[in-house]
Design a protein around this ligand. Structure first.
Ligand code: B12
Length: 283
């Protein structure tokens, strides 16, 4: 069975990171919480899809972050985000995945912080970065949205806020399969309220046909590993599921999931055998 792989940003600090990571080796006082994070742009490109720990963060605001209208750019000051928030998670994700390192945040509003840029994707004045928690739209901004263990956080760049927000696709597929042998995957669509329905007629990587009325499709994988996603017109591209076609013990270490840490002491629980852990402390 493959063991989780660890990667720390600073090599010499590796031993101490392990000590911070495993409660059996050291007494740490973690203030971070593990939750899933996905960031998707309007072209269906996934900028991040990992399990990301969230905790307190300090973030610079950006005068160019004016997607909420003229004169709404950030002050340029640094802001502190406490607790385990969706914004803290996003800020910490930049340590594990450089594609989402750059954020455009505005502090122009007295009720919270607005997000205008995630990585390369900047919200136009007609759009916004849409935030969902456990498949339903958040009623609070990112700094006020508490993230709990196991939550599923989704950011999607809406290009025109006059259009209805697209449904979010969620893919369930096995992590291991026989090479060349068909298997069934299931796709669910979640609307803005988080109500679920079978996602019919959507494409799944490696499927012989779009999903049927019950949201199911038959997929065949020939390669050693393949990442499957579901996508469709006017829908938010699903999470990725990487399927390995070898015995689990022979699957590449870390193939199934990446877990991102924070720059502080974390307690990271490796649940699945094939996870890559990007411990962030010491950076
Ligand atoms: C219209 C609107 C939007 C539009 C703004 C479009 C535009 N450029 O005009 C869009 C669709 C972009 C939007 C987005 C969001 N919104 Co909004 N929005 C409103 C709404 C209905 C009216 C705002 C308004 O025009 N006020 C009148 C003008 C004169 O006052 P204003 O202060 O200048 O308005 C500006 C701000 O409200 C700002 N704004 C709008 N939403 C948000 C959200 C946050 C977190 C911030 C910092 C600023 C902000 O945009 C307005 C125009 O510049 C209010 C509800 C209300 N009745 O206030 C919710 C409201 C402000 N939004 C809210 C939320 C939660 C969001 C989202 C987080 C939703 C989501 N799940 O993605 C996102 C922001 C995500 C991000 N990227 O940070 C909450 C904020 C609650 C809180 N304390 O955090 C409110 C209060 C609705 C609610 N739940 O009751 N929103």
């Amino acid at each position: 069975m493959p063991t989780p792989t660890f990667r720390a940003a600073a090599g010499p600090l590796f031993a101490c990171l392990l000590a911070l990571t495993f409660p059996a080796l050291a007494e740490a006082k973690p203030r971070s919480t593990a939750a899933d994070l996905r960031v998707v742009d309007p072209e269906g490109r996934t900028l991040a899809d990992l399990t990301q720990l969230t905790g307190p963060a300090r973030i610079g605001t950006d005068p160019r972050a004016d997607c909420f209208g003229p004169g709404t750019g950030g002050s340029g000051d640094e802001v502190a985000v406490d607790g385990t928030s969706a914004l803290g998670q996003l800020a910490n994700a930049g340590g594990a995945d450089r594609r989402v390192r750059r954020l455009g945040i505005t502090d122009a509003f007295d009720f919270g912080l607005g997000i205008c840029r995630i990585g390369p994707a900047v919200a136009p004045s007609t759009g916004y970065w849409y935030l969902k928690v456990n498949h339903a739209a958040s009623f609070t901004g990112a700094d006020q949205t508490t993230v709990r263990r196991g939550d599923e956080i989704l950011w999607y760049l809406v290009e025109d806020f006059n259009d209805p927000v697209p449904d979010e696709l969620d893919l369930r597929a096995p992590a291991v399969a026989e090479a060349g042998e068909p298997f069934t995957v299931e796709v669910t669509a979640y609307d803005d309220d988080g109500d679920a329905s079978p996602a019919a007629g959507v494409e799944v990587t490696g499927a012989d046909a779009p999903t049927d009325a019950s949201g199911r499709a038959t997929v065949t994988v020939g390669a050693r590993t393949r990442t499957l996603r579901a996508s469709g017109a006017a829908a938010i591209t699903s999470n990725g599921v990487t399927v390995c076609t070898e015995a689990l013990r022979d699957c590449p270490p870390g193939y199934a999931r990446t877990i991102g840490g924070t720059p502080r002491a974390d307690r990271i629980v490796a649940g699945r055998a094939a996870e890559k852990i990007e411990a962030g402390a010491g950076r």
